[in-house]
Design a protein around this ligand. Structure first.
Ligand code: PCA
Length: 192
């Protein structure tokens, strides 16, 4: 049985919903046979999101963590390859915290790469006409911070868990929740 931890974020930046959390809720309703999907909701907070994801990983000890986030400006799905050891934001998070080129963890490497096959994930979406690209920067906001926390925690503890971050477009006519859900389910099925 493959154990998947799937997380989304609460809304931020004045939006009423976050496409990542809506997708998590939609995927959670489905059955996957021999895949167990456990879910979590993360705060859009530089200070609290890292602790929250590490706690979920410790509790669930999944084979793979799929972190979802919303990328407002994107009209395709982005499979994120890298997490950088830096946070920066002029507009601030949901706590009003706005780090200015701050290091996330002083004793950690400058970056972590995911161990998942990012091109394989991208291709399984493109084959089904779902626009997707590999991205080499998850930004410097809370998503990157959370991705870094997950990859650093996995490296530090030595557990046999993989992690990947996937940025989703906002929900729209082109991107209804059903389509986002289908994309994430295709990726989950490709892991087996
Ligand atoms: N997107 C933001 C944080 C939460 C989310 O869904 C980001 O890209 O950092």
């Amino acid at each position: 049985m493959l154990r998947v931890l799937l997380t989304g974020f609460e809304p931020f930046g004045g939006d009423a919903v976050n496409s990542s959390q809506e997708t998590v809720k939609a995927v959670a309703c489905d059955e996957f046979g021999d895949v167990e999907v456990l879910t979590g909701k993360l705060p859009v907070s530089f200070k609290r999101a890292g602790v929250a994801i590490c706690r979920l990983i410790d509790e669930i000890v999944p084979d793979i963590v799929i972190l979802l986030g919303q990328s407002g400006k994107s009209d395709y799905i982005k499979i994120e390859r890298v997490a950088l050891n830096i946070m920066d934001s002029s507009k601030g998070d949901n706590d009003g915290y706005a780090p200015d080129e701050e290091t996330i963890c002083p004793y950690a490497p400058p970056a972590y790469f995911t161990h998942v096959p990012v091109k394989k994930f991208r291709d399984c979406l493109i084959q089904r006409d779902i626009p997707a690209k590999v991205s080499n920067s998850a930004g410097l906001y809370v998503c990157n911070r959370t991705y870094f926390a997950a990859l650093h925690h996995i490296a530090k503890t030595g557990i046999d868990t993989k992690a990947v971050f996937i940025h989703l477009p906002k929900i729209s006519d082109d991107w209804p929740v059903e389509r986002l859900k289908m994309a994430i389910e295709l990726i989950i099925k490709s892991i087996k």
